[in-house]
Design a protein around this ligand. Structure first.
Ligand code: G3P
Length: 200
C-alpha cells in the first residue's frame, strides 16, 4: 500500500508542469508556443530569460528528488525507490496537467539521480557543462549525459544500498528514453539548425 501511495505521489510530483505554470503566471507566456515548444527548463530559459530558466530547472529537479527521498524516509528501499524515481520522470514527460505531454525528462532525472546516485550525477553535471561550453548545444549536453548515465552507473560503486543490476537497467531505460525524447533536437543537430546556447 505504501508503495502504491508513493507511486501516485511520484507521478503527481513529476507531472507538475513548472515551466508552463511559471511562464503563464509570471509572464503571461505559454512556453509551449515559443522556442523549441518544449515545456522544460531550457526552453523556459530561452523564452522567459535566465531567472525563470534557473527557477524552472531547480523546481523540475526538486520534483524528481523529492519522491524517492520522501519514500526513503518512510522505509522504502532498493528497487522500489528506482520505480518511484522512474514514475516521477514519466510523470514529467506524460503530465496529466498537459494532456499527457511534457518535457524531455532531463531536469527531473537530474533530481531523481542526485538522490539515488549522487557521485554519478555530479560527474554527469561536469560532462554536461563541458559539452555545452564546447559545443553551445544544451541538447547535445543532455544527449551525451543520457548516454553516459548507464555507463558511469555500471562502473561507479552503488550508493543508497541499491542493487547494481536493476539500477543499471533503470539507467539504460531512462537514458534511451531521454535520447528518444530529443529526436527533434537530433534532427536539428544533424541539419546544423539546432538552437545554440547564448548567455543572456
Ligand atoms: O533538457 C532539454 C534540452 O536538452 C533541450 O531542450 O528546449 O532545446 O529542446 P530544447
Amino acid at each position: 500500500m505504501k508503495l502504491v501511495i508513493f507511486i501516485v505521489i511520484g507521478y503527481i510530483f513529476g507531472a507538475l508542469p513548472n515551466g508552463v505554470w511559471i511562464g503563464k503566471y509570471c509572464k503571461g507566456i505559454d512556453i509551449r508556443e515559443h522556442g523549441s515548444k518544449n515545456s522544460g527548463a531550457t526552453n523556459a530559459y530561452r523564452v522567459l530569460g535566465v531567472k525563470y530558466g534557473i527557477i524552472v530547472l531547480i523546481a523540475d529537479a526538486i520534483k524528481g528528488f523529492l519522491p524517492p527521498f520522501i519514500a526513503s524516509k518512510f522505509g522504502i528501499t532498493g528497487n522500489f525507490l528506482l520505480i518511484i524515481g522512474m514514475i516521477a520522470i514519466i510523470g514529467h514527460t506524460f503530465s496529466f496537467f498537459l494532456n499527457f505531454n511534457g518535457g524531455k525528462g532531463v531536469a527531473t532525472s537530474l533530481g531523481v539521480f542526485l538522490f539515488l546516485i549522487p557521485q554519478v550525477t555530479f560527474t554527469l553535471i561536469i560532462i554536461f557543462i563541458a559539452v555545452v561550453t564546447i559545443t553551445k548545444y544544451i541538447s547535445l549536453g543532455s544527449i551525451i549525459s543520457a548516454i553516459m548515465l548507464p555507463l558511469l552507473t555500471y562502473f561507479y560503486p552503488t550508493q543508497n544500498n541499491l542493487n547494481k543490476l536493476p539500477l543499471v537497467l533503470m539507467t539504460i531505460i531512462i537514458g534511451l528514453f531521454v535520447v528518444y525524447k530529443h529526436k527533434s533536437n537530433i534532427k536539428r543537430l544533424l541539419k546544423g539548425t539546432e538552437n545554440k546556447f547564448k548567455l543572456k
